[in-house]
Write a protein that binds this ligand. Structure first.
Ligand SMILES: [Zn+2]
Length: 219
């Protein structure tokens, strides 16, 4: 034990469980919490509990949301036929920041990584294929009924954009998905290169991300 208070030590312990937080940073955060006003600490604690209690996964795109479906899937201004497949919810936020994408998303919940024992069955891959099948395989009228849209307006997926991170896991996932999507005859594109290799989409600046989206190519 490094602190003379067990409570402080317990808080440091909890902080170190968070990604990218080492012991030093955890101690700094804990000292900061000690100096915060009680109301602020209560707000922080409430926000932590709210994300667990209120946040749901959208049943269409699997993004995190407080409302079902999520505001993006529910928006009439988005093109439901253009589906951008991303690894994590943070990637959705990165694309939304560019303001250049007007389609919808599909959040996989990670990437295929044999080293970490993560396979396609651990991600929302089945749901993506079901989503594509649902809109492609049905006649217009049935599709309208199944999706709740008017006939003629029922979303027909006309492009699937694979927007995985530019690293080994992302590449593996993109190749796997393009192979699985092939039988459906739906155009599949991939973000243009130019994103820093080995990097994370969520940290790419808006201009780079917008350019990568603009220059996407067929797979
Ligand atoms: Zn959604």
């Amino acid at each position: 034990m490094q602190f003379t208070s067990e409570s402080v030590e317990a808080l440091v312990e909890q902080f170190t469980k968070l990604p990218t937080i080492g012991r030093k940073t955890a101690q700094r955060l804990a000292s900061y919490v000690l100096k915060m006003h009680r109301e602020e600490v209560v707000e922080l604690a409430k926000a932590l509990i709210a994300v667990k209690d209120k946040v749901r996964f959208c049943p269409i795109c699997y993004n995190v949301t407080d409302t079902l479906p999520c505001p993006i899937c529910a928006s009439a201004r988005r093109d439901p036929g253009m589906v951008c497949v991303v690894e994590e919810a943070n990637d959705v936020m990165a694309f939304e920041r560019t303001g250049d994408f007007h389609g919808v998303y599909h959040v996989l919940g990670g990437a295929i990584s044999p080293l970490d024992n993560i396979g396609p069955e651990d991600l929302h891959v089945r749901e993506l294929l079901a989503r594509v099948t649902r809109t492609l395989a049905l006649p217009g009228e049935v599709r309208a009924r199944a999706t709740g849209f008017e006939e003629g307006e029922a979303p027909l997926i006309h492009e699937v954009i694979l927007a995985m991170n530019p690293n080994v896991e992302g590449d593996t996932t993109a190749h796997y998905l393009s192979m699985m999507l092939k039988p459906f005859n739906v155009p599949v594109t991939r973000l243009a290169r130019g994103l820093p290799i080995g990097g994370d989409l969520e940290y790419a600046d808006e201009a780079t991300l917008a350019r990568a989206l603009e220059g996407r190519s067929s797979m």
